[in-house]
Design a protein around this ligand. Structure first.
Ligand code: BGC
Length: 414
């Protein structure tokens, strides 16, 4: 079988802080600019997508893609606690409208790692009012944007803090983390700084799962009528040795969130690589395997495993691949990655798993969090000085797949 179902969504994704530029009211902007910092460089203008979204969406549509996943930035919409910016909400209305004008289905994420600075200053997700504050933001944003929204997710990868807890193969400079947090708390003047990446994973999970269900209900109250799901970070977790803690890790990192997703309208699967788990946790890739710029193993087969895993836990809830991609300077490896990942997806579909779309990460080469601009995930490159965009061959490849709704013979599209 080499046909995707009719109406399958084909898209690319971005996230506000990574592409818009000058997200100055966010917690991350502050962390990027203090000393010491874990960030290799600050985000600054990023891809100036805040001003260039129209052209970017037109390019996406021109490739043959029909879906754009992006996020609405809370730090812009509520720059001060209780002050909602109509101008910022209008901006996102224009982005949604640009999607519709170009025949592109928008998928809107309400949280993609960054928070308003005032939210961090009051302690972020670990503090009691966090869920109320987030739900209220979602209510306001959904009221303004709901009639133009086609799909929404509450959170992007809310299980990342749990995943980070299992990393035992990378030296995390904990003293820098602590000093960075302390400096940030000093800068905001409250003695507190709660950031999504730096919080206590158990507390965050409890608060965010509650917030997810409530935010979903808020979005459901209209205007508009669209499915609301949540995007989960998944890896192909492989047990190494008889005492592997793999199963324990899976329960801890995916269990609760997949249960929450099962009660939602869809689950967003996000997958990049595999992970070998031994008796002390993550082991890192085997020596000699191909690595991406992120240091992950080049392993497109992870997507199939993650889809099957999510399906086994979420039952009949439809699956959308809301992120999948690879960081590489060698675009021919991206083509190969896409081809193999989608071949795995076809096997899932042949087995009757209800997968309804594939959204690639990312539309643009962008700001890759603490790693800065070095890793290249984009289908389209961005000149950091001129902001000029250049479509890569992998973008044409994915576009050809989208247009035909099948994986073409590689030779035929060269
Ligand atoms: C995140 C993106 C990120 C990508 C590549 C996902 O974890 O949602 O924001 O850029 O992976 O690392």
């Amino acid at each position: 079988m080499n046909e995707f179902p009719p109406g399958f969504l084909w898209g690319a994704a971005t996230a506000a802080h990574q592409v818009e530029g000058n997200n100055t009211n966010s917690d991350l902007w502050l962390l990027e600019h203090i000393q010491p910092t874990l960030f290799q460089e600050p985000s600054l203008d990023a891809c100036d997508h805040y001003h260039r979204f129209h052209d970017d969406i037109r390019m996406l549509a021109g490739l043959g893609l029909n879906t754009y996943r992006f996020s609405v930035e809370w730090a812009r919409v509520e720059p001060e606690r209780n002050h909602f910016s109509t101008a910022a909400l209008d901006h996102y209305r224009r982005v949604l409208a640009a999607c519709h004008e170009n025949g592109v289905t928008p998928m809107l994420s309400f949280y993609h790692f960054s928070s308003p600075r005032w939210f961090a200053a009051m302690g972020g997700w670990e503090k009691k009012p966090a869920a109320d504050l987030f739900v209220r933001f979602c209510e306001r944003a959904a009221r303004h944007l709901g009639d133009l929204t086609t799909f929404a997710t509450t959170f992007n990868e809310p299980n990342i803090p749990m995943l980070l807890r299992w990393i035992s193969n990378i030296d995390i400079p904990f003293t820098t983390v602590l000093r960075m947090k302390k400096q940030a708390a000093k800068a905001v003047g409250t003695g507190n700084f709660g950031c999504f990446f730096l919080g206590d994973a158990d507390k965050l999970q409890e608060v965010m799962i509650g917030a997810h269900h409530r935010a979903r209900a808020a979005m459901k109250s209209g205007p508009g009528d669209y499915p609301v799901g949540v995007s989960i970070a998944l890896q192909d977790e492989q047990a190494v040795g008889p005492k592997s803690r793999r199963d324990r890790k899976c329960d801890e990192v995916y269990g609760e969130w997949l249960r929450a997703a099962a009660l939602s309208d869809f689950v967003g699967v996000q997958s990049y690589t595999r992970c070998r788990v031994g008796k002390s946790g993550d082991m890192g890739p085997e020596p000699g395997v191909e690595l991406t710029q992120m240091g992950y193993e080049f392993w497109p087969e992870a997507l199939e495993v993650c889809v099957r895993y999510a399906h086994a836990r979420c039952g009949e809830v439809p699956i959308y691949i809301t992120e999948n991609g690879v960081s590489t300077e060698d675009d021919s490896r991206r083509v190969e990655y896409i081809r193999r990942a989608l071949t795995g997806l076809l096997r899932c579909l042949a087995d009757g798993i209800d997968v309804r779309g594939y959204i690639h990460w990312s539309l643009l080469d962008n700001f890759e969090w603490i790693m800065g601009y070095r890793p290249k995930f984009g289908l389209i490159s961005v000149d950091r000085v001129t902001q000029e965009r250049e479509v890569k061959p992998s973008a044409h490849y994915l576009g050809a797949i989208a247009r035909g709704n099948r994986i073409p013979d590689l030779a035929a599209i060269r």
